[in-house]
Structures are given as C-alpha cells and as structure tokens.
Design a protein. Sequence first.
Length: 165
Amino acid sequence: MMSGTIPCPMLTVRPCRGLVDEKFQVVVKNLPPGLKVTLHSLHQSEDNDFWEAFGHYVSDTKGTVSVAEDVSVGGSYQGTEPMGLLWSMKPVPGSRTGLRLQKVDVHTPMVVRISVYGGHVSQGFRKMAALAFADVERWYMVPGVRRVDIRESDVKGTLFIPPGD
C-alpha cells in the first residue's frame, strides 16, 4: 500500500430497510487504525431540499468505526449517538430559510445516503468523493398497513389498519 492512501473501506448499514424510529447499525471496517473519518447522511426531501448530518470519528485499533458504540468527536452531533445521522439532520448550507423536514407521502420511504469520507470534514461534501456509501430506506408504515381517511360531520381523521394475521 502506498503511503497516504486509504484502503477500500467497507461500510455496512443494518437494517438497510426499517421503520424510521428503528435503531440501525452503521459500521465502517478495513480502515487504518487511528484514522480520522467523517460519516455523513444526506436526504433529498419531497420538496427537493437537501438535508444532512455528519459525525467525526477516529477508527479503533482494529480499523473499525461503529456509530452505535463509538464517540462522535465533532460534527452536527457529538457523543455516542446511534441515530445521530438521522435526528441531527439540517438543511444543507445555502438552502431556503424556514425549512421543516416532513414526510408527506407515508407510503414511500425516506431514502438516506450514508457516506464515509477521509478526515474530519464539515462542509463541501458534494464536491468530494466518498470512500464508500450505502443507501438506506426508513419507512413510516410497515408493509400491508391500510390508511383510511375518515370524515364525519366536522370530524376528520385517519385510521391506520394493520394487516390481519
């Protein structure tokens, strides 16, 4: 291996499909020990706005970073935060003001790209090549749930009916 190069890291996110509030495991392996890396999440909302979060990590003696177990030493969140790459999402710099991250169509997943970059990066992610990335789906409803809108006089509501056994 040439000096200054980073081997091809292996990024895994499990589960790659899950409910939006279900914890997920983000692990990067095959890094040199003590390497500074940034894990970054990016989501394009239904309004075509981009949202991101990122954490700064240092690989352990085995060349591994585990978001659920390791400490983010900087970024949009700090500390051991298994879901930090989701809950700390903010509009990317230069976005419109007053944005809110909201899901309009709960029948489609929230797709999030998780990427790993060399070094502790805080901006310019779209101008850099990621060392590895994975796309994950975060669903608001389990498959088979029916949504039924209810309107009776002045009462409006929604029923979510789970699939039968």
